[in-house]
Structure formats: C-alpha cells, structure tokens
Design a protein around this ligand. Sequence first.
Ligand code: PRP
Ligand code: HPA
Length: 176
Amino acid sequence: RTQKLDLVFQHIRHFPDFPVKGIVFKDICPILKEPKALTAVIDLFEEHVRKNHPHTELIVGLDARGFLFGPLLAQRLGIGFILVRKKGKLPGPTLSVAYTLEYATAEVEIQADAVQAGQNVLVIDDLLATGGTLHAACELLKKQKAQVLGCLVVVELKDLGGAEKLPVPVFSLLQF
Ligand code: PRP
Ligand code: HPA
C-alpha cells in the first residue's frame, strides 16, 4: 500500500452488527474529520480519473455518502457534479429506478435534464456492497443515454460480488 492509501485505511472504522445483526459496518466518518485523509482520497481518485478516464464530463454522486466525495473530486477535475437521490427529494421531472441493497430496499431518482445523451460520466459512492445502488444509478444514466465510463468507491466489500453485477469497471481504493 502507498502512504496515501494507508492514511485512508487508517481512517475507516468497523462496527459489527450495524445497522442489523451480521453486517460489519464500514464507517468512513473519520476520513472526513481528518483533512489529510480526505485529501488523500481525492488525490487518489483524481489520479485514477486523469489517467484512465480523461474525457469525463460529469461526476454523478449517490445519496448520501457519494455527496461527501463527489463534489470535491469534480471541483478538482474542473467538471460538474450531479445528484442521484433517494425517491421524492428532487424537484421537477425525474426518472426513477427501484433496487435492493444489503439491508433494505429503495428507489433512486435523477432529474430528467441532469445529463445529456452521450455525455461521459463517472459514478461515485463511498462503498460498494451488493452493487444494487450503483447498478440502479447506472440504469438511470442509461435511460438518459449517458455514457457511463466507470464507478468509483472508497471501499469495496469483495465477498458480496457487487463489481461483477455492474455494467462498467469499478475502481476502489480499499477492498475488504
Ligand atoms: C449505503 C452505501 C452505498 C450502498 C451500498 O448507503 O453508502 O450507497 O449502501 O450498498 P449496495 O452496494 O448493496 O447497494 P445506504 O443505502 O445505506 O444509504 P445512505 O447513504 O443514505 O446512508
Ligand atoms: N458500510 C457502509 N455502508 C454500507 C455498508 C457498510 O458496511 N454496507 C452497505 N452499505
């Protein structure tokens, strides 16, 4: 591991049996509390995007923890940020997709005019578990005919096989 990755690793906490029994919850809050760790996250994402997806036009963040990293990365790259939100939060015409996640079910929405057909986008979230959430976001973007280049997450829970379910490559900083 590099020094930056190590710093990120050291700022993730593990809580057994949250929010339900059997789940070991990865808590990314300490990253946000330590500016050096947060900078390391954005540095590592920026490096990956500049190298592998230099033609990215928009960062798409997932409700709620994708919002913590997405806008910082978009600013760093000098591109825009758009939101995929849980049902009922976005005004105006929206598109929606229902999905199942590790410990609940939900529906995500995007504003109908958020992205134009053919635009190159990357989707960001804090964590990949079953992949249900990122998959639903990719579906939403496909409905809008956006070009989804890939997904970015801080943490990937490998055993759940989420990456295999997604239609695009996933870049994760840390795997558990
Ligand atoms: C968590 C996490 C991801 C998703 C991962 O969010 O932040 O968005 O679950 O799970 P999956 O890969 O199985 O879909 P959650 O839905 O708990 O909502 P929150 O961000 O509003 O807390
Ligand atoms: N941590 C944070 N969010 C999550 C997790 C987790 O372990 N599993 C599903 N969403």
